[in-house]
Ligand binder design. Structure first.
Ligand code: ATP
Length: 362
């Protein structure tokens, strides 16, 4: 089910100051996709999620879930959270410690007119879906963190919601379990074909899970795109920098070459993708990710996008080296394969593939 948001505004007041937690947000969350709200702490992700759920009353704007208007201050409409047909999974799981797995999952059905027989069937189906068959009688406290998170997911799904919302659901798990649970969640949600709205400040989680990512800053949505668009061809410097490690080089566009442009920078001329069509003579910023800085073969010392530099630092992190290459005043971060025969202080040639570096408005 699609969610449409128009002109959503939410202000808070603290110590005499106004905080624009949501600043006139227009957004369409498409049906049956995993849609992630990503952004730094305090950008308004949780406030937006809570407005959709109905735990927060916005100051202005409207929210539609499918065709139903669930909230509009101008039209004096406010549908209570329990009547919005949504499921929610919180960071803290919020499962009841004094109940067993069955009772936790059955909880949302107890207040409705569902018969005991139907409840048993629905709970069984939800537990089977999250691969917890046979755990019905286990006390909730005797589950691992990952299992508790699956109980929380089963409980959110048991009433067959139209939309499921997640507020940083994996942040209490350790790194390895987080990775496994992320994979599981992706496959559960893809199978369900349900609209999922997911809040996180973890860029890897957003890239790994989402069909679409909306990057937020200071109460506004800056850019929306699929993970590859956001990572490889973002339109904004803030997004490019936030979604991954990025080398940003200042300069000016000096010539157009079809989809590409020649960029005059502090390290020399670089041919790069110019997806935004930045005009000749304009200041711009070149973005190249560390993994796309290639060590050029020794015999290549000049040509398009080839530069000479010095390996300033090199740190072995197992699957790769993380290095810093100095070219004049510029320091570029790079990732180098762990078998490379290279050391700190070496003079090296590096190359940028023109299709893997892109220009952003300055
Ligand atoms: P995080 O990732 O840290 O959870 P977030 O992006 O979810 O952050 P929100 O919790 O939505 O951010 O908060 C948005 C802004 O509103 C922040 O500046 C926050 O300090 C402020 N804020 C949130 N709730 C309140 C409140 N009850 N009173 C005052 N200010 C608040």
């Amino acid at each position: 089910m699609e969610i449409r948001i128009h002109g959503l505004t939410r202000n808070y007041y603290s110590e005499g100051k106004q905080i624009k937690a949501l600043d006139n947000i227009d957004l369409t969350i498409p049906a049956n996709k995993i849609f992630t709200l990503l952004g730094p702490s305090g950008c308004g992700k949780t406030t937006l999620l809570r407005c959709i759920v109905g735990l927060e009353v916005p100051d202005g704007g409207e929210i539609y879930i499918g065709d139903e208007l669930v909230c509009s201050s101008a039209k004096k409409v406010f549908v209570a959270p329990e009547s919005r047909g949504l499921g929610m999974v919180f960071q803290t799981y919020a499962i009841w410690p004094h109940m067993n797995v069955f009772d936790n999952v059955a909880y949302p059905l107890q207040t409705s007119k569902t018969t005991q027989d139907e409840i048993r069937k629905k709970v069984g189906k939800a537990l089977s879906f999250v691969q917890l068959d046979g755990f019905e009688n286990r006390p909730a406290t005797k589950l691992s963190g990952g299992q508790q998170q699956r109980v929380a997911l089963a409980r959110a799904l048991v009433a067959e919601p139209k939309v499921i919302l997640f507020d940083e659901p994996l942040s209490n798990l350790d790194a390895k379990l987080r990775e496994e649970t992320r994979k599981e969640l992706r496959s559960f949600l893809s199978e369900l074909k349900i609209t999922a709205v997911y809040v996180t400040h973890d860029r890897i989680e957003a890239l790994a899970l989402s069909d679409l990512i909306a990057v937020m800053r200071a109460g506004k949505i800056i850019e929306i795109g699929d993970p590859k668009k956001i990572y490889f061809h973002s339109d904004h410097k803030f997004v490019a920098d936030f979604i991954g490690r990025a080398n940003l080089i200042k300069g000016k566009v000096s010539e157009q070459q079809g989809d590409h442009a020649v960029f005059s920078s502090e390290i020399g001329s670089i041919v790069a993708l110019n997806g935004q069509g930045i005009a000749t003579g304009q200041d711009a910023m070149l973005c190249i990710r560390p993994e796309f800085i290639q060590l050029a073969p020794e015999q290549v010392t000049h040509g398009h996008n080839v530069f000479k530099g010095k390996m300033e630092t090199l740190i072995f992190i197992g699957e790769a080296y993380e290095g810093e290459i100095r070219i004049g005043e510029t320091l570029l971060t790079t990732t180098i394969e762990p078998t490379a025969n290279i050391g700190e202080g070496d003079t090296i040639s590096i190359a940028f593939d023109p299709d893997h570096c892109f220009l952003l408005s300055a």
